[in-house]
Write a protein that binds this ligand. Structure first.
Ligand code: SF4
Ligand code: SF4
Length: 212
């Protein structure tokens, strides 16, 4: 899941200073779980903008804004409301925002900051467990990722800073290398060689055409 947080309202109003009529796009997937861009947050944003003299021409919560085909279809279905707007405000991750840009020639502004890919540990509590390195080593680390879950990205750990299983950088954080060790005490005997960083070349592009 893509974890997002909302920008400060002052910042949003600043870049909307020349916008008068606004269409709002929310996301029914990750941003809904993060409570940053689901139906409730879209309503709250509408209320906030209306109080600040903006006219809302309409809104839509798309199942997955990052799914370009779904977003384009939603824009066709809401064509009239979008036509009336001078600006589209997007409550989705950075990928979703760009899917909207690819679907309209209107001005597009973001409401959210995109933070990381993570898990929901508890309600409203998220943690990064994968940073899309392109060469997954979970088969060698008992299913626990030291690259994403260690602040130093230690490929061979733990470092000397672990205290009672917790990380010296963030005492709230379980050191992944201790978790790896607890699952299999032989694990730390393997030395991990430097990684092939060409596999994490960006921009990431994958085409399954011809495969499926
Ligand atoms: S090793 Fe970690 S960062 Fe890389 S793909 Fe696997 S889970 Fe993601
Ligand atoms: S204590 Fe563990 S999680 Fe923290 S920096 Fe060292 S190896 Fe990484």
């Amino acid at each position: 899941m893509v974890i997002t947080s909302q920008k400060k309202h002052e910042e949003i109003l600043k870049y909307l200073s020349s916008s008068k009529k606004i269409f709002i796009v929310g996301c029914g997937a990750c941003a809904t779980v993060c409570k940053t861009g689901g139906e409730e947050e879209v309503w709250q944003m509408e209320e906030f903008l209306s109080k600040n003299n903006k006219e809302i021409t309409g809104d839509v919560v798309i199942d997955e804004v990052c799914h370009l085909l779904l977003t384009r279809r939603a824009f066709r279905e809401h064509k009239e409301e979008i036509e009336k707007a001078d600006t589209v405000l997007v409550m989705a991750c950075g990928t979703g925002i760009q899917a909207v840009v690819a679907s309209t020639s209107k001005k597009v502004y973001p409401v959210l900051d995109t933070l990381f890919i993570g898990v929901t540990k508890h309600i409203y509590e998220f943690q990064e467990w994968c940073n899309t390195c392109g060469e997954c080593l979970l088969s060698e680390t008992n299913g626990i990722c030291p690259i994403a879950r260690c602040p130093k990205h230690m490929l061979n750990g733990p470092c000397g800073g672990v205290v009672d299983g917790k990380c010296e950088i963030d005492p709230e954080l379980d050191c992944p290398w201790i978790l790896i060790y607890k699952r299999n005490k032989e694990s730390l005997k393997k030395i991990h060689l430097p990684r092939d960083n060409s596999k994490r070349a960006r921009p990431g592009i994958l085409s399954l055409r011809g495969v499926r």
